[in-house]
Each structure stands twice: as structure tokens, then as C-alpha cells.
Design a protein around this ligand. Structure first.
Ligand SMILES: *[C@@H]1O[C@H](CO)[C@@H](O)[C@H](O)[C@H]1NC(C)=O
Length: 212
């Protein structure tokens, strides 16, 4: 008990500067936040690394990773290709975002290319220095007004309407045990299409944004 209260207070102090612990779960995911995305169906985190697909597009691969602590599982929530989301602004349900992989600066991407294992739609990491193309835009599908931390949401690919999902199928070498991430328009993957933001750094709205 003592430990968890201490951890909560520490977490609040470090990440939320004065926010009350009780409000943690109600916090919005905001523009500029760096998060890990946890898959409900397969209990993996969205991951990428400097390993290209051996088939399909040959672009950088995206997988589902069991480890909680891997630094290659951080993604930044950024403006989509056509509009600007101010840093710290709550992401609205139905709004498009780009998810940029922190370690390699490419964007979560999908296109009409067959995925390696399930032969659904391939999801790759595309572009350099955070610049890719319009196929990097994902609409956040959630209930309510804004994307809340710890709320399961879906990511619908803006161009193809396919949902980001973990198929549950596992890769062999050299990324043994990592799970296939793909996108799918079918209902078959169920909970594999639901994601929540977990460990991360959440950017608070700037204090001088509103007028006093
Ligand atoms: C989340 O965002 C909404 C809309 O901008 C805002 O009204 C609400 O106060 C925010 N919630 C928190 C806990 O900051």
C-alpha cells in the first residue's frame, strides 16, 4: 500500500505537476505526447526497429512486442499530414494523427500491400525525420470527446479504412516471438484492434494557452 501511494505521488509530481492522483485516468492524450501503445487482444506493445520486411514493401517492419521496457516501443502523437495539432492539445475522437517512432523517426504507415503472415494489409514504418506521406494518417476512433489515457481506442487508416491490429501470428528469426502487426477491414481480429496508451510522457496544455 505504502509503495503504491508513493509511486502515485511520484508519478503525479513528475508527469502531471500538481494534477491530482484521482484525475490520472481522465487525462487526455495530447499532441506531442510520447507513448507506448498496448494491444488488448494480444497484450503486446506496438514496436518498430531497424529491420526491413523481407517481403512486401521491404520497408521498416512494425511488430508487437511482449517486453514492457523496450525503448523501441515509444511513439510520438503528431499532427496529420494536412492539419496542425498544437502541442499539448487534447486529441479529439475522430481526429487524424501521425504516430512517429521515436528511435528511428519514421511514421506508422499502411498501404495495399500484403502483410507477411496473415496476408492482410501491411503496416510499416515509413519516411525520414518524421516526414512520410498521406498514408501515415490514422483516425483515432474512441467514444466520448477526446482520446483518454488508459482508454481502449482503435486507429483507422485514413486512406484505406483498415484498422491497426495485431494478428496474433508470431515471427521466427531474427525477431523470434514478436507478433505480426497489420491492418484489417474485417471483424475477425476483434480485440486485436483495440489499443491503449500506457507508459509515456504526456504533454500538458501550456499554461498560457487560455486567456485569464
Ligand atoms: C481533456 O480535454 C477536454 C477538451 O479539450 C477538456 O475539456 C478537459 O478538461 C481535458 N481533461 C483534462 C483532465 O485535462
Amino acid at each position: 500500500m505504502y509503495l503504491s501511494v508513493t509511486q502515485c505521488i511520484l508519478g503525479c509530481t513528475l508527469l502531471f505537476y500538481g494534477a491530482r492522483c484521482a484525475q490520472l485516468e481522465e487525462e487526455n492524450v495530447t499532441g506531442g505526447s510520447v507513448v507506448k501503445l498496448y494491444n488488448k487482444g494480444q497484450r503486446v506493445r506496438l514496436h518498430s526497429h531497424d529491420i526491413k520486411y523481407g517481403s512486401g514493401s521491404g520497408q521498416q517492419s512494425v511488430t508487437g512486442m511482449n517486453s514492457e521496457t523496450d525503448a523501441n516501443s515509444y511513439w510520438q502523437v503528431r499532427s496529420p499530414s494536412d492539419t496542425h495539432i498544437p502541442r499539448g492539445e487534447a486529441i479529439k475522437c475522430g481526429q487524424a494523427v501521425r504516430l512517429t517512432h521515436i528511435q528511428t523517426s519514421c511514421n506508422l504507415h499502411s498501404h495495399h500491400v500484403s502483410s507477411p503472415l496473415s496476408h492482410e494489409q501491411e503496416v510499416s514504418c515509413y519516411g525520414e525525420e518524421g516526414e512520410g506521406d498521406h498514408l501515415d494518417d490514422w483516425i483515432v476512433i474512441c467514444s466520448g470527446k477526446t482520446w483518454k489515457r488508459d482508454q481502449y481506442v482503435r486507429f483507422k487508416h485514413r486512406e484505406t479504412s483498415a484498422y491497426l491490429a495485431c494478428s496474433g501470428q508470431s515471427y521466427g528469426r531474427p525477431i523470434h516471438g514478436q507478433k505480426e502487426i497489420m491492418s484489417s477491414t474485417s471483424d475477425s481480429s476483434g480485440q486485436g484492434k483495440y489499443w491503449k496508451s500506457v507508459e509515456g510522457v504526456y504533454i500538458k496544455p501550456s499554461e498560457n494557452m487560455g486567456t485569464k
